[in-house]
Design a protein around this ligand. Structure first.
Ligand code: UDX
Ligand code: ADP
Length: 476
């Protein structure tokens, strides 16, 4: 029998227990105690970690997350590998699986790899019963909902029916819980008004209806891509200005303050840095570019491509500056990398600028001492190993990075012994209060600190014999 479309939602499943699925479902469970929320994943290790009694072992590090998981887990929040059973009696299934950029075949280097989303849609088609609302949560190329609808619609079981909804996630890692608890907006795109309202009902438990935007499917999908493209564009813009500041003697922090005080521009998201990382910006820009090319919009594609190119250029220019300041060679030189995560307050390293910059230094023969409070040695190794697979569009070969060597260091001060330079790449709070006087005694002379995040205190460091390079700050 087909479930009533107006039925009260009592059970939600989410396929994909990653950086998006885990925190999003934890907050829904926390805010809606009457709804049973099950987060599903094929990765047994990941599910085991979500169920771990040691809350510091959760697979995702996010401020505030462990407290929420502690409150709801085992009550109305569950993590499981039993995918089919849980899909079968769910009113809503969120799809929150990985959608990385394709590395081979048609659209390689630009289009998203939809194999995981397709697999999920097939699984939902097979395992569901009655009426199921299927919600796209992962960032997806425009018109993916159509693919999902086609797969679901090809189910020959007449007792099943589906509505497809796009409900993109706008959380930023590091502030995910805050963003989920108090979002600027919730976007729900779809064709069936009843299903849209059923999804909206969930959010209305803690979010004002005025913040819930209803659109058609395609507007919702395109809004997610373009929101990320606009944000990424701001970072490439400010990083381009930082480079001009370094040449002219202007100060990027003063320029950011001056331009950001114009309410039309706004003061958020204009902090210069080593370049944007994270799983979304580059992937979404490449998706947008692919879409533009597909529709013959060459100039529009080139416009967005320049945002990606500027970002790569910015990452490479940081490593070039380091090489130049250290007399043009890094062979046998010890360099401390402060931060490997793509931003502070996350253990995520996907597309982190630290990967490209470290790789460039390894090619030059550097000995890297890598520190990060939340990133493991295995994760760094995995990122360096990935280079081989990505080489078809990045022209990087693993042999090249073997010119140098790297090790993860847990005690920051140990990393500085005999080091020639340190590069601040992630804005972890602890890097802003380092004891530079102590460090200057540990480093080899002449010693350098390269601050790409503007967090090192110039007044303190200028009292030592360390040379300081700061992003976006030119010679006086
Ligand atoms: C982003 C979007 O913000 C979020 O809405 C979307 O859902 C997913 O993608 P995220 O990638 O998690 O979130 O982090 P974000 O805070 O946007 O930072 C992305 C990158 O830009 C980081 O590498 C960060 O260090 C960099 N950044 C951000 C800057 O260099 N300067 C800034 O002013 C802001
Ligand atoms: P995101 O940042 O979008 O959350 P992640 O890579 O952190 O991406 O998480 C995606 C999760 O989806 C991974 O844990 C992966 O194992 C899971 N996943 C991928 N395909 C499937 C599938 N068919 N069934 C269940 N889980 C899946």
């Amino acid at each position: 029998m087909i479930k009533s479309l107006k039925k009260r939602i009592t059970k939600i499943s989410c396929i994909g227990a990653g950086y998006v699925g885990g925190p999003t479902m934890a907050v829904i469970a926390d805010q809606c105690p009457h709804i049973k929320v099950v987060v599903l994943d094929i990765n047994e290790q990941r599910i085991k970690a979500w169920n771990s009694d040691n809350y510091d072992k959760l697979p995702v590090f996010e401020p505030g997350l462990k407290e929420i998981v502690l409150r709801s887990r085992g009550k109305n929040l569950f993590f499981s590998t039993e995918i089919n059973n849980n899909i079968a009696d769910s009113d809503i299934v969120f799809l929150s699986v990985n959608t990385p950029t394709k590395l081979s075949g048609v659209g390689s280097g630009h289009a998203s790899d939809l194999r995981w989303i397709e697999k999920c849609a097939r699984q939902v088609a097979l395992a569901s019963s009655g009426h199921t609302i299927v919600v796209e949560k992962s960032t997806l190329p425009v018109r993916t909902a159509q693919t999902i609808k086609t797969i679901l619609g090809s189910s020959s079981n007449k007792k099943k029916s589906f509505s497809v909804i796009s409900n993109p996630e706008f959380l930023a890692e590091g502030s995910a819980i805050k963003d989920l608890q108090n979002p600027d907006r919730v976007l729900i795109g779809g064709e069936d008004p009843v299903s849209i309202e059923q999804v909206a009902d969930i959010y209305r438990h803690w979010i004002d209806d005025k913040k819930i935007i209803r659109t058609n499917l395609w507007s919702s999908e395109l809004s997610k891509l373009t929101a990320n493209a606009f944000l990424a564009q701001r970072i490439s813009s400010i990083n381009s200005v930082a480079a001009i500041c370094e040449e002219t003697g202007a100060n990027i922090n003063e320029v950011s303050l001056a331009i950001g005080s114009d309410t039309r521009i706004g003061n958020k998201f204009i902090k210069s840095g080593p370049g944007f990382g994270g799983s979304c910006f580059k992937k979404d820009l490449l998706n947008l570019i692919y879409l533009c090319k597909y529709f013959g919009l060459k100039e529009v594609a080139n416009y967005w491509l320049s945002v990606v190119s500027l970002n790569s250029w910015n990452q490479n220019r940081i490593s070039e500056i380091v090489v130049n300041k250290l007399f043009g060679t890094l062979a046998e030189k010890k360099i401390v990398i402060l931060g490997f995560a793509f931003k502070a307050n996350t253990n995520d390293t996907r597309e982190s600028s630290a990967i490209t910059i470290s790789k460039n230094l390894l090619i030059e023969g550097a000995k890297l001492k890598i520190h990060d409070p939340k990133v493991s040695s295995d994760q760094i190794k995995a990122e360096f190993n990935l280079i081989d697979n990505k080489s078809n569009y990045q022209n990087i070969y693993k042999e090249d990075i073997n010119n140098g060597s790297w090790e993860k260091i847990d005690n920051i001060y140990d990393a500085f012994i005999d080091a020639d330079a340190a590069i601040v790449l992630t804005e972890w709070e602890e890097y802003s209060s380092l004891d530079w006087e102590k460090i200057s005694k540990l480093m080899r002379k002449p010693s350098w600190v390269f601050d790409t995040r503007s967090i090192v205190n110039n007044n303190i460091i200028s009292k030592t014999d360390i040379n300081l390079w700061r992003i976006g700050i030119g010679p006086n």
